[in-house]
Design a protein around this ligand. Sequence first.
Ligand code: MEV
Length: 340
Amino acid sequence: MTAEPHAPPPTNPCAGPAAARTGSGRAHAKVILLGEHAVVYGAPALALPVPGLSCTASAVLSAQPGHGLTAYRYRDAAGDAAASDVGSQAPKALRHLVKTLLNRSCPGEVLAVDLALDNGIPMGRGLGSSAACARATVNALDDLLQLGLCATDVFDLVQLAEGQTHGRSSGIDAWATGSTRPVLMTGGRVSAPTVGAPAWVVVADSGEIGSTKEAVALVRETFHREPARRADFLSRSATLTATALEALDSGRLELLGRQLTANHRLLFSLGLSTPALDRLVEVSLGHGALGAKLSGGGMGGCVIALAGTSQTAFRLATELTRQGARGTWTASIDERGADD
Ligand code: MEV
């Protein structure tokens, strides 16, 4: 006689001992190759994931009474544990996310979650750190609560958190921090560009912290004061991105590089660069980069430099560090078709 198999443990946290389970989630950094700021107004922009820089989250149902986030541990890129164990000290956007997901999983139930974030993505550098933290948190809660969220659900939740952190945002960070390949965003819709030849992008941190929220507000005020500048900026940025897409598709990396450098000048003209960023762009162009620019919100943060070979990327990273970059990372643009 064979024994009856044991019933599987309940997977619904409202119904059973999910407290024993740990949900885990991950997301990575991103850089904007072209089109930042313009994308907020519907113009096209191209983002590249930086998988070597990531944020991981783990979530458990809390043993303590409460509702929402009861305990929060945050460790930053330098390995410093910045926040205490009190959930109320977590960013408002993350607290809101946890409550939203608990309510979706178990409406009417009083459940609490302990969340730990290990964020290897420096904050305030235009690398999508806040979006990656939100995405890792959503993925961890999806895993813990067995919600079965689809890609659009995850995007909507990350975008909800981004709205609370940055105000108005295009959504490009929310997508790119979960994508394994370049992301083209046009008029709020995303697609994957074709890539005709491999390339490397060196990311160099100026060490200056820039606030995306402030940078987006600065641009909005400028456009409000001078509407003609808005039209001019958007049209120039869209042309650069369109030419860059053709160059990427056909593997013409010199042409792609020139679009990056021209985009830097355009962002500079809006007051979004700093002397440190300009210097890192000059260092890049003087040491073999095919093009270079600030990336993300600007007013601090990172510069990206395009290299045609991995050896050039390595030499660029070495030189940028020697000339003051606080950190460098390299991401590759892999040769692929849109349907690969
Ligand atoms: C930030 O990575 C890019 C910006 O265009 C803001 C946004 O798109 O939400 C500056």
